[in-house]
Design a protein around this ligand. Structure first.
Ligand code: DSN
Length: 478
């Protein structure tokens, strides 16, 4: 394929769009410029390949395909079957999973499918059994009432939000926190690490139906063998949400006890973070849960997005190539270099470092809230997100942390030397930012002062750092 093919494809697409609504074409072009020019350190973002992006921009988007491969509620799904089966095959092979379901539209959707599958499989519900074998119309009002009572209020034990767990692991702003009776396990206050003895103790006391492993802001490996043993000891189903680190599992950086797939009954993920695919989700599971997982649409999900499943098949095929393992290792090498660079300059890091793709800076060490630090960094061309730290005194809105991750910059080809320079830019901004005050003189959690000339200088240095590593080098929209 010539390098020109990518340029031609995207330029032609924009020409077609521009003829209908030029402002959309302009915004798509502007987004490429912004992404090219900013130092993207959001741990959950990446850059999908041109092939993955192009697989989404076509008439597969026009097809309804509720159901699963070979068992659809609509006619004419033979080509959707082809791409869905291919994506599932690549996912099974890549992760060594017994079953893969590639329809979820996001990580939240993947988790909802998993919750449904576990409830349907595990809860002793005579009413549900009736509902599954009889025509819906045969159920009485009393049956429906019993079904809701039997499925509701089941127990879930997951990692606490401020220790790095995700909203969907039973927290109030998400439906999981409203439908489950939830308890959390945190981290050791001294080390910031998961204390497996405390998890076992919480599981013994609480006896959850589902033990959830996985995180969105924990900078260390998790021992999934131990968590499975804990789940087994209390009869819980073990679910892992590997959305953040799926790329490290795919690239065989996390193996043995640290690979969730052989240990968990059910694994959920997004496809767009370290896995570098299209925006979407996926569920992997052991055979006994496969039938319930495959009911995801229309049980929990809206109609599948065939164009995104096509892109998942492309991205998963890319992740099966040998160079993906090299990419995954470089993500971790870069995160460790970034952590070391920050530590050397005096930053305070949760757990004192990282084993994965992310670093959590406790910005209270700079006298700032997460909100102040996030905005000051953004003023300086560095895109990050604020995040709680364990036992965060500033809560989930202002926070005391900044989460940074290396999947995106690693895709662009930045390496260890550039990570040290990145640490210097971040440290300089945070050290030169001062917290502001409210009108009544009380400390503000949002206001801050940063010399605009310094912010501009850092933004230029960030652009210089990126210049030798152009994003989508083969794509020229001019
Ligand atoms: N929004 C994702 C993240 O940034 O980690 C998780 O949902």
């Amino acid at each position: 394929m010539s390098r020109n093919a990518e340029s031609t494809a995207f330029r032609s697409a924009l020409e077609v769009i521009r003829a209908v609504e030029p402002r959309v074409a302009d915004a798509i072009g502007a987004e490429l410029t912004d992404q090219r020019e900013s130092l993207k350190l959001i741990a959950s973002e990446n850059y999908a390949s041109p092939a993955t992006l192009l697989a989404m921009g076509n008439w597969f988007s026009d097809k309804y395909a509720e159901g699963t491969v070979g068992r659809r509620f609509y006619a004419g799904c033979q080509n959707v079957d082809t791409v869905e089966a291919l994506a599932a095959e690549h996912a099974r092979e890549l992760f060594g999973a017994a079953h893969a379901y590639v329809q979820p539209h996001s990580g939240i959707d993947a988790n909802l499918v998993a919750f449904w599958a576990v409830l349907a499989d595990r809860v002793e519900s005579p009413a549900l059994k009736k509902a599954q074998v009889r025509q819906v119309n045969d159920l009485t009002e009393a049956d429906w009432f019993a079904l809701r009572r039997e499925l509701g209020n089941q127990r879930m034990l997951g990692m606490s939000l401020d220790a790095g767990g995700h909203l969907t692991h039973g927290f109030r702003p998400n439906i999981s926190g409203k439908m489950f009776d939830q308890r959390s396990y945190g981290t050791d206050p001294a080390t910031g690490l998961i204390d497996y003895d405390r998890v076992a103790e919480a599981a013994r006391e609480f006896k959850p139906l589902i033990l959830v492993g996985g995180y969105s802001a924990y900078p260390r490996k998790v021992n999934f063998r131990i968590l499975r043993e804990i789940a087994d000891s209390v009869g819980a189903t073990f679910m892992v949400d590997m959305a953040h680190f799926a790329g490290l599992v795919a690239g065989k950086v996390f193996t043995g006890d640290f690979d969730p797939v052989p240990h968990a009954h059910i694994v959920t993920t997004t496809t767009h973070k370290s896995l570098r695919g299209p925006r979407g989700g996926m569920v992997l599971c052991q055979p006994e849960l496969a039938d319930q997982v495959d009911r995801g649409c229309p049980m929990v999900l809206g109609g599948p997005l065939p164009h995104v499943m096509a892109a998942k098949a492309v991205a998963l095929a890319e992740a099966r190539r040998p160079d993906f393992a090299d990419y995954a290792q470089r993500i971790v090498d870069n995160a460790q270099a970034l952590a070391e660079g920050l530590l050397r300059r005096g930053a305070k890091l949760v757990t004192g470092g990282t084993d994965n793709h992310l670093v959590l800076i406790d910005v209270s060490g700079y006298g700032l809230t997460g909100r102040q630090a996030e905005q000051a960094l953004l003023d300086s061309g560095i895109v990050t997100n604020r995040n709680s730290v364990p036992q965060d005194p500033n809560g989930a809105w202002y926070t005391s942390g900044i989460r940074i991750g290396t999947p995106a910059l690693t895709t662009r080809g930045l390496g260890i030397a550039e990570m040290d320079q990145t640490a210097e830019l971040i440290h300089t901004v945070l050290a030169q930012t001062t917290a502001g005050a409210n009108a009544d003189g009380t400390p503000s959690k949002a206001k801050y002062t940063l010399d605009p000339d310094l912010a501009d200088k850092i933004a230029r240095q960030a652009t210089d750092l990126l210049a030798p590593h152009p994003l989508y080098p083969a794509i020229d929209l001019s």
